[in-house]
Design a binder for this molecule. Structure first.
Ligand SMILES: NC(=O)CC[C@H](N)C(=O)O
Length: 276
C-alpha cells in the first residue's frame, strides 16, 4: 500500500450491482490525492472489511435492497465493524472518521437504535431540496451549503420516527430533513445525522454529480419510469436543476470535501501532537 499520509477505506455496499456511486466517490477522494490513498472493500459480495489499524477514514456507500435485511454474514460483520470503530474512538486519541451514505446511513441509524426504517409508498429519485435543522445550520459538514441545499436522492426506504431520548443519550443530532411533502400525513424523513464527532451520515447522495445522474437516465427503462413518476414538467425542471452551479455541483464540491478536510485536519493535528 502507498505511503501517503492518510489512508481511506471505501466500503462498497453495492452488492455487485452497477452503480454511479463508486465512480463519484473515487472522483471526490482523488481531489485529495496528494495526501490520501484509498482501497475498496466489497462488503456485501465478498464480506470484505478493512483492518481498522490500517485505515484512518472510512466512506461507506449506498446500495440496493432492504436495509433491514442482510444475509446473516456480511451484515453481522458490518455491524461488528462499526462497533469496533466506535470503541476505538472511545479509547484512542487518533480518531477514525466515518461517512455513511444512503443504504449505510439507514443501517447505521438502525444499528444505533435512533429511528425506524420503513419502505416508502413510492420511490424517491431525483434532485431534492434538503433542509438543515437548527443543529445542521452550525454543523461543519454543511459549511458552504445554503439552506435549503440540493442533493440527489435515490431510495425506496426512509428513516423516520426518531427516538429522541436515544439521540439525547448518545449525543447524536438530526442535521437535515426532507422537504415538506404535499400530503400532510407523511412525516418528513431524516436526511442526515451526526452520530458522534467522528461519525456522520446522509440519506441522500453527496457524491453524485450531474454526469452520474444523466448516465443513469441513459437507461431507457429508468428514464421512462422516472418521467412517468414525475410527469413531464417536473422531469424537465429536474434536468434543468442539474445544470445550476449552486445545486448538485455545489453539493458535490462541498459536502464530502468538508468531511475529508475536517477528518484530515484532525488526523494531522493529533498525529503530529503524538509524534512530538
Ligand atoms: N441508494 C441507496 O443507497 C438506497 C438505499 C436503500 N436500498 C433504499 O432503497 O432506500
Amino acid at each position: 500500500m502507498s505511503n501517503k499520509i492518510i489512508k481511506i477505506a471505501l466500503l462498497d455496499m453495492y452488492n455487485g450491482e452497477p452503480n454511479q456511486g463508486m465512480r463519484c466517490i473515487i472522483d471526490v477522494v482523488n481531489r485529495f490525492s496528494p495526501v490520501v490513498s484509498f482501497k475498496i472493500f466489497d462488503v456485501r459480495v465478498k464480506c470484505e472489511l478493512p483492518d481498522i489499524n490500517k485505515f484512518d477514514i472510512y466512506i461507506s456507500t449506498g446500495g440496493p435492497g432492504n436495509p433491514l435485511i442482510g444475509d446473516g454474514n456480511w451484515d453481522v460483520k458490518y455491524y461488528e465493524f462499526i462497533d469496533s470503530l466506535n470503541k476505538w474512538n472511545n479509547e484512542n486519541a487518533i480518531k477514525k472518521h466515518v461517512l455513511f451514505i444512503c443504504h449505510s446511513f439507514q443501517m447505521a441509524c438502525l444499528h444505533f437504535g435512533l429511528a425506524t426504517v420503513t419502505k416508502r409508498n413510492d420511490t424517491s429519485f431525483g434532485v431534492m431540496t434538503i433542509h438543515k435543522t437548527k443543529e445542521g445550520l452550525v454543523d461543519p459538514l454543511f459549511e458552504g451549503l445554503a439552506d435549503p441545499f440540493y442533493a440527489i436522492d435515490s431510495r425506496d426506504y426512509q428513516v423516520i420516527q426518531p427516538k429522541l431520548s436515544i439521540f439525547a443519550k448518545k449525543g447524536a443530532k438530526i442535521i437535515s430533513l426532507e422537504k415538506i411533502r404535499d400530503h400532510i400525513q407523511y412525516e418528513r424523513a431524516i436526511m442526515a445525522v451526526r452520530f458522534t464527532d467522528y461519525f456522520v451520515g446522509t440519506q441522500f447522495h453527496p457524491e453524485a454529480d450531474p454526469i452520474s445522474f444523466v448516465s443513469h437516465l441513459r437507461n431507457k427503462d429508468a428514464k421512462e419510469k422516472i418521467r412517468a413518476m414525475k410527469g413531464k414538467r417536473k422531469f424537465r425542471n429536474m434536468l434543468e436543476d442539474l445544470l445550476d452551479d449552486d445545486k448538485i455541483y455545489r453539493t458535490n464540491e462541498t459536502l464530502i470535501p468538508n468531511f475529508l478536510r475536517i477528518a484530515i485536519n484532525d488526523l494531522m493535528k493529533t498525529k503530529k501532537m503524538l509524534s512530538n
